[in-house]
Design a protein. Structure first.
Length: 253
C-alpha cells in the first residue's frame, strides 16, 4: 500500500502540475493566445475508454464468458485507479492494481490475466510497454491430471450408453468442451473417419483460433457414433447436434 510520505509526494506533484498549467494559461491569455482546456483534447477518460473497448468486444466478437471477465476486470481497474484520464495511467497505477488484486485474494495467475486485460486496453489506445517484464506476476501452470487405464475403465463401466459415447468422443478427438457441444452430424464424416471442427455462425459459435480443422478418429469411435445416431430422435434434435442438451436446444430457440 502507498505510504503516507508517498501519498504526500504524489499530491504535491499533482498540485505543482496544476499550478504549472494555470501559469501557462495566464501567460497565454495575456498574450492573446487561446489555450484548449487541458482536461480535454486528445485525452480520454478511463471510464469512457473502458466503455468504448467493451463495446468493441461485445459478443459475438468475444465469447459471453470472456466478455463478462473483461467487463469485470476493466470496470474494477477504472474504480481502483486514481487517475481520471487513460493517458495519465503509468506503471505505478498497474502495479497498484496488481497489489489490490492480491489483497482481494486473487492468485498470481488471475492477477497476471487481469493485468494483461488492462494492458490490452492501454495497447489499443496507443500505450504499450507500461509494465516492465519483471513486473508481471509469476505463476506456475499445474500439470494436468492424467487418467490411468484402470480409472478410465471404471469410468466407462459406470457410464450409461450415451455417456460412454460422449466421454469416448472427448478422449479420442481431443476437442474442447464448446467444440463438442456445437458439433453436428454434418461434421462427422463416416466415410473418411474424420470429425470436423467448424464455425456455427447461426448459433454464435466462433472458433478459438479462427481455423477449421479435421481430426482423424479410430473406427471404434465411428461405430459408437453410428449407434448413437441411430438411437437419437432426430425430430427432437432440430439443430442436428451430435450431443444435444436441453439447455443448448432451449437457448437456441
Amino acid at each position: 500500500m502507498e505510504s503516507g510520505a508517498g501519498r504526500a509526494l504524489r499530491i504535491s506533484a499533482d498540485v505543482l502540475e496544476q499550478a504549472r498549467r494555470k501559469a501557462i494559461e495566464l501567460d497565454a491569455g495575456k498574450a492573446g493566445i487561446e489555450v484548449a482546456d487541458p482536461q480535454e483534447g486528445d485525452r480520454i477518460r478511463i471510464t469512457d475508454a473502458v466503455a468504448s473497448y467493451l463495446k468493441e468486444i461485445e459478443p459475438p466478437q468475444r465469447e459471453p464468458k470472456t466478455y463478462i471477465a473483461y467487463k469485470y476486470c476493466l470496470e474494477l481497474f477504472a474504480q481502483i485507479c486514481r487517475k481520471t484520464y487513460l493517458q495519465e495511467v503509468n506503471r505505478e497505477d498497474l502495479l497498484q492494481f496488481i497489489r489490490k488484486l492480491y489483497e482481494m485474494g486473487c492468485g498470481p495467475r488471475t492477477a497476471y490475466n487481469r493485468a494483461a486485460i488492462v494492458s490490452q486496453l492501454l495497447k489499443v489506445n496507443g500505450m504499450q510497454g507500461v509494465l516492465h517484464k519483471r513486473d508481471w506476476p509469476k505463476y506456475v501452470d499445474p500439470i494436468r491430471p492424467i487418467y490411468e487405464g484402470e480409472e478410465l475403465k471404471a469410468l466407462f463401466v459406470a457410464c450409461k450408453p450415451e455417456e460412454r459415447t460422449l466421454f469416448l468422443f472427448y478422449l479420442l478427438t481431443g476437442m474442447r468442451d464448446k467444440e463438442v457441444r456445437y458439433c453436428t452430424w454434418r461434421d462427422v464424416d463416416f466415410r473418411s473417419h474424420v470429425v470436423r471442427v467448424t464455425a456455427k455462425p447461426r448459433h454464435g459459435f466462433i472458433l478459438k483460433n479462427k481455423e477449421e480443422r479435421e481430426i482423424p478418429v479410430p473406427a471404434s469411435l465411428m461405430a459408437e457414433l453410428r449407434a448413437h445416431k441411430a438411437s437419437q430422435d432426430q425430430q427432437s434434435n432440430p439443430n442436428n447436434f451430435v450431443f444435444p442438451t436441453m439447455n443448448l436446444e432451449y437457448r437456441r430457440r
